[in-house]
Write a protein that binds this ligand. Structure first.
Ligand code: NDP
Length: 285
């Protein structure tokens, strides 16, 4: 049986529609959720991401505060701006686009963001809250993966999940999220022995490696769900995931394509986080 294709574009559009209608309700009561996006330097890819984030923010009716700083910005200047944004009542989410220039200490900057406005969910406080099973703001890509599993009605309770990759932005947080849903979770990485055998056990495979098609189709247990977070450029234009898609799709019950799978979810969840922060602000007043 052919695998169900998990359509990230459609799911992200649904998330955005829901955010838009909630924002409209809040605005009718005189309250506008806001996101501040901070870009330091001229990295072309970062500029594209920041442009997309701002555009969607405005489309959803949110307030967008836009801070584009030169490459020469000092750490102290950036920290001062973060301090202002932390205090700005119009701003409920703050996103500092990474990577930052080498002369700026990224950890210091991320830790300066108020954990309650940490739209990326990277602040150690939010990482800790996730680890103890009481998340506040969650990292966007893994949060998007959970929404996709919910959309296909997949219950993780008691299932074997194998996460390939242990980064702080994808592998580790997605593993914690699956654990909190009562899955039995294995995290694999570059030193894992017999990766193929570990993946073969999985009811759900989540690949976040950054290596084109390194998870082979014949590693997938028949009937498994495959979530491919990887985005790898092959040649001039082609994008492929971390999973050998065509062969995996023959065995899986459901699979995310690349592109059009997890990718579109990330920005949608950034706006979701901003909305949740804004709603928490109102709740706390
Ligand atoms: P990292 O490079 O930070 O982490 C990659 C992980 O894969 C590491 O834990 C590494 O292990 C592991 N790994 C590398 N080689 C192997 C191997 N041969 N066998 C098993 N594990 C291996 O990547 P990210 O987590 O940041 O990103 C992963 C992928 O997801 C990338 O393609 C990225 O572009 C994509 N991505 C997509 C997003 C989206 O959809 N919006 C958002 C974020 C990322 P070790 O720790 O031992 O080095």
């Amino acid at each position: 049986m052919a695998a169900r294709i998990i359509d990230g574009k459609a799911i992200a559009a649904k998330v955005r529609e829901k955010i838009k209608s909630t924002v409209a309700l809040l605005k009718a009561k005189g309250f506008t959720p806001g996101l501040a996006v901070v870009l330091v330097g001229d990295d072309p890819a970062s500029r594209v991401y920041v442009g997309m984030k701002k555009k969607i923010c405005v489309e959803l009716g949110m307030y967008s505060a836009d801070h584009e700083l030169p490459e020469s910005t000092s750490e102290a200047e950036l920290l001062a701006l973060i301090g202002q944004l932390n205090a700005d009542e119009r701003v409920h989410g703050i996103l500092v686009q990474l990577p930052l220039p080498a002369h700026i200490d990224t950890d210091k900057v991320l830790e300066a963001i108020s954990p309650m406005k940490d739209a990326d969910g990277f602040h150690p406080y939010n990482v800790g809250r996730l680890a103890i099973g009481k998340p506040i703001l969650q990292p966007c890509t893994p949060y998007g993966v959970m929404v996709m599993l919910d959309e296909i009605g997949y219950d993780l309770n008691g299932k074997e999940v194998v996460v390939v990759g242990r980064s702080n932005i994808v592998g580790k947080p997605v593993a914690l999220m699956c654990l909190s849903r009562h899955a039995t979770v294995t995290i694999c990485h570059s030193r894992t022995k017999d990766l193929a055998d570990v993946v073969r056990r999985a009811d759900v495979v989540i690949a976040a490696v950054g290596k084109p098609e390194m998870v082979k189709g014949d590693w997938i247990k028949p009937g498994a769900v495959v979530i491919d977070v990887g985005i790898n450029r092959v040649g001039e234009k082609k994008l492929v995931g971390d999973v050998e898609y065509a062969a995996a799709a023959e065995r899986a019950i459901a699979i995310t394509p690349v592109p059009g799978g997890v990718g579109p979810m990330t920005i949608a969840m950034l706006l979701q986080n901003t909305l949740e922060s804004a709603q928490r602000t109102i709740g706390g007043k």
